[in-house]
Write a protein that binds this ligand. Structure first.
Ligand SMILES: Cc1cc2nc3c(=O)[nH]c(=O)nc-3n(C[C@H](O)[C@H](O)[C@H](O)COP(=O)(O)OP(=O)(O)OC[C@H]3O[C@@H](n4cnc5c(N)ncnc54)[C@H](O)[C@@H]3O)c2cc1C
Length: 337
């Protein structure tokens, strides 16, 4: 089989668990590999991850090249990058995907630089297409799609002359396949090529801070924009989220103004969410906000401006004062739920 048709995913293990973003990327890689007529492979590093890695098969991964070494338990830049480079050189995939996470953003540029190939950061979509430069046609090229110039344009970036094409993809952007437990992955153990001199830093202790808000997992999000940023509206939005069993989200200026933490921010530079219900309160609906919530199954927008752009996206539009509407919704849900 032509290895260039294969799509490789860098697997992140956090606290000895495969990160959700890695499963999202395996799912995206599955779709791309099917178009290319290839397979999904993965590169994983860590210690005692065999059991965890089995789940990759359920999402479409065929082979995982796994380097197991106690020194790789915690992420460190140089050993990780060096190992990934080695695996890519050995298996020669056509495409390599990383999460646009702290770890992915550290490893991917080091790997791209070592392999002298292109890297597109923070992609929001990936497609396979054809690219023409003068008389040369590059078929089966990875179209790396991402917002550019402050989100005012959507750029498609290609790097057809260097192999592999590499991209980092934001968490939550790619839809995860439903797990098919009949599908299995072959775990191929790779020798550890790092030596102690590669460890420029030593991780002495890892302290994990529990997230206060889990927007990604929330099925209902009540989100406050600048039109609902006064203390009374924030309290109402928070209370509605609680009554509905959801979470409180917000737009970026609400975070920039210090009203809510960054963990609440939805959008291009915040979190990408796909809840069953998104209630946008006093949010204008600029493209950077929409980038994070347009995949919600149902959107209710409350805004006093009938021309607000959010209404073009909303399934239900409520024109009115946010406090009045939230107060009425709360009263109704409190008596009916
Ligand atoms: C590079 C870049 C990245 C960005 N990333 C993000 C991001 O991740 N997330 C994000 O959200 N933004 C992001 N932004 C900012 C984005 O462009 C918008 O400025 C922002 O989304 C606007 O927030 P807003 O709708 O809450 O505020 P505004 O644009 O001020 O809109 C407030 C809305 O509330 C309505 N309103 C006011 N008072 C009331 C009331 N009493 N009752 C009812 N309605 C009322 C108004 O009619 C208006 O529509 C980014 C911008 C850039 C340049």
């Amino acid at each position: 089989m032509d290895s260039k048709k294969n799509v490789m995913v860098f697997i992140e293990a956090r606290n000895s668990k495969v990160a959700e973003v890695s499963l999202e990327l395996v799912s995206a890689a599955d779709r791309l590999a099917q178009e290319l007529g290839g397979c999904v492979e993965a590169v994983a590093l860590g210690h005692n991850l065999d059991k965890e890695l089995k789940a990759l098969g359920h999402y479409g991964c065929r082979w995982v090249y796994y380097t197991d070494d106690e020194r790789l338990t915690h992420f460190t830049s140089v050993p990780y990058a060096k190992t990934v480079v080695q695996i890519i050189k050995k298996y020669k995939p056509g495409i390599v995907l990383f999460g646009a996470t702290t770890m992915g953003r550290d490893v991917a540029p080091r790997v791209a630089s070592a392999l002298k190939c292109g890297l597109t950061a923070d992609c929001t979509d990936l497609q396979i297409g054809e690219h023409k430069i003068q008389d040369t046609i590059y078929e089966n090229t990875l179209m790396q799609i991402r917002p550019a110039f402050g989100g005012n344009i959507i750029a498609t970036i290609v790097s057809p002359e260097s192999v592999p094409s590499m991209a980092t993809v934001r968490e939550g952007v790619m839809k995860m396949n439903s797990a098919d437990t009949s599908k299995t992955v072959e775990i191929i153990k790779e020798p550890c090529i790092i030596d102690d001199n590669d460890f420029l830093t030593e991780v002495l202790e890892v302290i994990l801070e529990e997230k206060q808000v889990n927007l990604k997992a929330a099925q209902i999000i009540v989100s406050a924009g600048m039109g609902a940023s006064d203390p009374e509206s924030i309290t109402l939005a928070k209370e509605l989220a609680k009554v509905l069993g959801g979470e409180l989200g917000c737009s970026r200026p609400v975070v920039d103004s210090g009203i809510l933490d960054k963990d609440h921010q939805v959008g291009q530079t915040g979190i990408t969410v796909r809840p069953n219900l998104y209630i946008a309160c006093g949010i204008s609906g600029q493209i950077q906000h929409r980038a994070g919530m347009s995949e919600a199954k149902r959107i209710i927008a409350i805004n006093k401006d009938p021309q607000a752009p959010i209404f073009a996206l909303a399934h239900y539009a409520i024109v009115g004062e946010v406090k009045d509407v939230l107060g009425k919704m709360l009263k109704a849900y409190k008596t009916k739920l």
